[in-house]
Every structure is written in C-alpha cells, then in structure tokens.
Design a protein around this ligand. Structure first.
Ligand code: PYC
Length: 318
C-alpha cells in the first residue's frame, strides 16, 4: 500500500479522476497527520484544525463545486488497507461510492494497489473495492436500509411531494418524478425542486436516524437504457454527474424493502449525464449490503501549492 507523507513546504499531492463523469480528487500525500484513531475522531480533527485545507483543495480557484475530495490515510482496522475521508464544498461525507471507485483507479495509477480487493475504513463503516477484468471496480458498500416510506411534504408552492428516507452511507430522500424531464437540459428545474425539498425537510425537522440531516435528494424516473434514471442533489448544491454510489445503495434498499428487486439481481442505474452503475445486493440484518460497479478514469495528477502570499490560498470563501 502507498506510503503517505505529511505536509511539507505548503504542497499537497493529488490525483484527479472521474467516475461516470463525477470528479474525485484524491489526496495522496502532503496532508497533515490526522493520527490513527477512529475515523470519526479523525474527521473531527480535520474539521477543527484543517477545514481551511478542505476548502483550499476542493473549492475555487484550485477546484470547483462538484469535486469530491478523498483523503487517503492510515487505516483504523488492522486488516484494512487504508482510511478514507471524503469531503466536498459543503463539508464531509459519510461515504462516497463514485469516490471509492476513483480511489482504486488512483491507487492503480500511482502503484499502490497490489491486491485485487482493497478494504477501506470510512466514517460510515468499512467498505471493500474489487478490481474487475475489463477495468471496472465494484464497491461493496456499508449496510443500507430504508427508514421511512412515503413521507409527505408540502412545498411552499403547495406542491405535494412524497418520498422515501433511506441510508446508503449518506442520508437520501428519494422521490419518483416520472413527470419531470431528467436531462441535462433541465438541470435548473431539477436543482430548484431538489433544493426546495432539501430546505423543506430541514424546516419540518424530517431527518434520518438520530436526527441526522438528510443532505442528498434523489429524483428518479424511467430510463430508456437502464432500470431507472436519476438526478442527485449533493449537500453543497451541486448535482452528481454519476448515478451516485450511496444514492444507488439507498435506492436498492427501497427496492428490496418493497420486494421489487431480488438479492443478486442486477439493477442498472443511469445518471442525468447518461453514465450507468450496475448494482446488486445481499440481504443483511437491518436491510441490505449493496455492491456498485462502475468505471473511473484518471484525468490529472499534480501538486497543489499553498503560497502564503495568495489571498485565496484557502479558497474564495476561505
Ligand atoms: O457516489 O456516493 C457517491 C456520491 C456521493 C456524493 C457524490 N457522489
């Protein structure tokens, strides 16, 4: 496995990739040491002491709003290969499916992935990622489940929305939207509706388990090429260019709970950009354990330079 080094001379090493169109920026070295304790404690450390670096890595002028960052760090468990902390323009993610696939391609690129299957500790739990013949990667995600079905929500314009609340490594509100055009031409309308839903859920205090904020909204409809096509709004207001690994996991949890998909059967989930993930599940205690298969491609590698004289060295909002 790759040997990490820690920040020297204001330089952070990164590799960029995309999975089904959604970018991942993997921090491969140069980040301060967050220690080796539980992943949740390391995220707290990141938030408290280095949040400016999160902004500097993913926000403009070095990044942009749709990048998900992934910090590779020491594993929490002795039988895992690495720890992973995912972050974006809004903060930190429990898990990230497209990001895990991007991390595996990144490790292949830098020569850090010897095993066919790698284990990663994330804040949401341990996941595995397997490299398949043909170049795809399968991420076996954390246990996923539906918390509530058919939750009603009245929006400010009096539109009545009904959706399911499900966990797939992040919290999702999933809404069937067959009447909407889920296409790149309609991004404005989809973003406005999903944002209204996200705000209304917060206003009405409709949450995931233990009061957790529902910070991903998934609108889905029929697809010509897959079983479903989705639009996923992420916490920072950007949409997922991929079908969203954790969102597809949440979707499978709902399908399994409704008896609409058998364990082991393949579900093809298309994104608003047209990229597709193949997904299956195994039954577990609380719900399901989903596996998501997709392709990632390396787009760049480099060094981020944090010049002390740069007023925007920690991002434009920094
Ligand atoms: O693939 O799980 C995912 C994801 C979450 C946010 C963006 N992508």
């Amino acid at each position: 496995m790759y040997i990490f080094d820690f920040m020297k001379d204001g330089i952070i090493n990164i590799v960029d990739s995309h999975t089904g169109g959604e970018p991942t920026r993997v921090v491969t070295g140069g980040f301060p040491d967050l220690g080796s304790g539980p992943m949740a404690a390391r995220v707290d450390n990141f938030k408290t002491h280095y949040d400016h670096l999160r902004r500097g890595i993913v926000e403009e002028p070095r990044g942009h709003a749709s990048i998900v960052g992934a910090l590779l760090c020491a594993p929490e468990k002795s039988d895992s290969d690495a720890g992973l902390i995912f972050f974006n323009n809004a903060g930190y993610l429990g898990m990230c499916g497209h990001g895990t696939i991007g991390v595996v391609k990144t490790l292949e690129h830098i020569g850090g992935a010897d095993a066919k299957t790698l284990r990663f500790d994330t804040v949401a739990g341990t996941v595995t990622a397997t490299r398949n013949t043909g170049g795809s990667v399968t991420c076996r995600n954390v246990e996923s489940y539906r918390l509530s079905k058919g939750v009603e929500l009245e929006l400010n314009d009096r539109r009545l929305i009904r959706g399911d609340i499900a966990w797939g490594g992040n919290w999702f509100f999933l809404v069937e939207a067959d009447e909407l055009e889920i296409s790149l031409r309609n991004l404005g309308g989809l973003s406005r509706l999903a944002t209204d839903i996200m705000y209304k859920l917060a206003e009405k205090n409709i949450t995931g388990a233990e009061g957790a904020r529902i910070d991903h909204i998934e609108l889905f409809s029929k697809s010509d090429v897959a079983d479903s096509r989705n639009f996923v709004l992420c916490p920072g207001g950007e949409y997922d260019r991929s079908p969203c690994g954790t969102g597809t996991s949440a979707k499978l949890a709902c399908l399994a709970a409704d008896g609409h998909l058998e364990a082991g059967d393949v579900w093809k989930q298309e994104s608003v950009t047209g990229s597709v993930f193949d997904a299956t599940y195994e039954v577990s205690d609380k719900g399901i354990v989903p596996s998501i298969t997709g392709f990632a491609f390396i787009t760049a590698e480099g060094k981020l330079i944090f010049d002390n004289n740069d007023p925007f060295k920690h991002g434009i909002n920094g």
